[in-house]
Design a protein around this ligand. Structure first.
Ligand SMILES: [Zn+2]
Length: 574
């Protein structure tokens, strides 16, 4: 998703920051939603056949989802999620109506037919109601019933975090994606619905509605499944990429088509850059689409929702403060990066959202690098650090659908940029990024798997590095002192075993050299000039503390709290 806490917390509502850091009590409903409970673990969703009629006249939906699944082990109770206030009309399997008990946003269906291991079964869920209306999409999502500037209905869904069960019944659990999905959306004429994948058919119904049948041939996150209904224009193009011809389909509102034809020219260089760094676009079979939406944007798979008003930057601003972020459209770049990080490789648990957002933020820096060179990319990442809060760890709470800090964006991106410095070989680093994408192609993964992959393929002992940046709010502080022409240094404010090498320079005009600090004081073998200052390569997300002049008794043995750091590495780039 596009940066939510920047808007909700960092800039406009600092008051909310306190609320964010308050420890939240988790409920039974959070566990039902976020864990692989006993009524979920025995079945594997293989196909969702979703049919929904949308009625803007009374903000309601009505439809059914035929859920095909493979039985992993016999069971007689099945959890299907559908959020209040939506109601289930009936649940049918093998021609028999089944009963279910409701537990807030989950239904527990009593199965009658035998569920034999390995069998493929289908259960159909018929439902209706008025889904939660999005308060501030895409962050506080649900259904958006909007009108465009000509007064036409404009309808969209957004439900990452909240869950797709806010508008359709499914297994609302990140770790289980269907292998494919039909999305058949019925809307009043003259609206056009644009959903994920490819349009297979359009049916004009006798009641003045049209059914748009879209089909996704690949595994898809349920929160990526979308309705976008409006009065759209369409134009297409073809990108010749690593896997051949990729169709590009653009769906701006009809009166924005000329503007869109210009702004959406940014798609091809974006795809070229990301294929270079991450490997083939993951959905050649389903195509690439941009669909204008009545919200800022969302990484809906093979159909990115776009609402950046055809401007460069993030809603017209550069988040990095360096100027480089104004040279391209943040929503095209960030949301499309999620096609690799989030959609192709998907976290099994919201707690590991860094797999989506840290890499998507990092991808912005790579895009700046593709466009304007390595210094631009470095400056973009470094500039974005001013938005880091270090309020709570990046990794959230497992099993309860709970993300960690909003630092998942900039701190996570800076962590990856720091690891790139440690790898110290850009082709090797690119191979690691592409390797994650090919190894976990169309899969759901744990954060631990990604950490393990990067550590193994870099050959670096990255355990404490991930621990520090992902699981604590600490920032490594390089403490140094220069006494009698001797430079000594150590890490403070670090987790046990943290021994990250770092590039430093001592004295004006000196080049960078690697040192290998640990939590113990070490000395540089060669003498340094008196009065020299130590500089750390700003590509490393660390702080620096000169302990030379520290009063006796201060410094040694005290973890340097961030508030006491004398020197924060700053980059004065563009
Ligand atoms: Zn995002």
């Amino acid at each position: 998703m596009t940066i939510r806490r920047l808007l909700t917390l960092s800039l406009f509502s600092p008051v909310l920051l306190g609320a964010q850091t308050t420890r939240r009590q988790f409920t039974h409903a959070d566990t039902l939603r976020g864990s692989n409970g006993p009524a979920r673990a025995w079945w594997d969703a293989t196909f969702y056949d979703l049919h929904v009629a949308v009625n803007p006249a009374d903000s309601s939906v009505r439809g059914w989802n035929a859920i095909t699944y493979r039985v992993l082990r016999p069971a007689n109770e099945m959890q299907i999620d559908l959020q209040v206030p939506l109601a289930i009309d009936s649940i049918v399997q093998d021609g028999r109506r089944l009963s279910a008990r409701r537990d807030s946003d989950a239904f527990f269906v009593a199965l009658v037919a035998p569920q034999q291991r390995g069998a493929a079964k289908t259960v159909s869920v018929y439902y209706h109601g008025k889904p939660k209306v999005a308060k501030r999409p895409p962050w506080d999502g649900g259904l958006t019933w909007q009108r465009d500037s000509l007064g036409n209905d404009w309808i969209a869904t957004t439900d990452e975090g909240l869950g797709a069960s806010v508008w359709w019944p499914n297994k609302d659990y990140l770790a289980d994606e269907p292998d494919s999905q039909r999305i058949a959306i019925t809307v009043p004429r003259p609206l056009t619905d644009v959903s994920n994948g490819r349009l297979r058919s359009t049916t004009q119904n006798a009641d003045g509605t049209t059914t748009y049948e879209w089909f996704v041939t690949s595994p898809i996150n349920n929160y990526d499944v979308e309705i976008n209904a409006g009065q759209y224009a369409h134009f297409g193009d073809v990108f010749n990429g690593e896997r051949g011809d990729l169709t590009l389909d653009f769906w701006p509102l009809a009166y924005h088509v000329d503007t869109a034809r210009v702004q959406f020219q940014q798609v091809k260089p974006m795809l070229k850059c990301f294929e270079h760094w991450f490997g083939p676009y993951p959905w050649y079979a389903d195509g690439y689409k941009l669909i204008e939406a009545p919200h800022l944007g969302m990484e809906h798979q093979s159909g990115v929702a776009y609402g950046n008003h055809f401007k460069n930057g993030y809603a017209g601003r550069d988040l990095s403060g360096t100027g480089w972020g104004m040279k391209w459209d943040f929503i095209i770049v960030h949301e499309s990066a999620h096609e690799w990080w989030g959609n192709n490789v998907t976290t099994k648990d919201a707690a590991d959202m860094w797999i989506h957002e840290s890499f998507a933020n990092y991808a912005e820096g790579l895009y700046a690098e593709c466009q304007d060179g390595k210094e631009a990319g470095d400056a973009y990442i470094i500039g974005s650090r001013k938005l880091i809060k270090n309020d709570e760890p990046i990794i959230g709470t497992y099993g309860v659908n709970r993300e960690g800090s909003g630092d998942v964006y900039y701190k996570g991106g800076s962590m990856l940029h720091t690891i790139r410095q440690l790898v110290n070989d850009d082709e090797k680093w690119r191979g690691i990024l592409r390797g994650i994408q090919s190894t976990f192609w169309h899969q759901t993964v744990t954060g631990a798997q990604i950490e393990h992959y990067i550590a193994t393929h870099s050959g670096l002992a990255l355990g404490p590095v991930f621990e520090e940046y992902l699981r604590t709010t600490k920032v490594p502080a390089l403490e140094y002192k220069i006494e009698n022409a001797k430079l000594s240094y150590r890490w403070t404010n670090v987790v046990p075993g943290f021994a990250m090498p770092v590039r430093v320079a001592v004295g004006d005009g000196a080049g960078y050299t690697w040192i290998n600090p640990t939590a113990e004081w070490k000395a540089m073998p060669r003498p340094v000039g008196g009065g020299a200052q130590l500089r750390v390569d700003p590509n490393f997300y660390v702080t620096v503390k000169d302990a030379s002049a520290a009063p006796a008794g201060r410094g040694a043995g005290q973890g340097a709290a961030s508030g006491r750091l004398e020197t924060t590495v700053k980059f004065t780039g563009m």
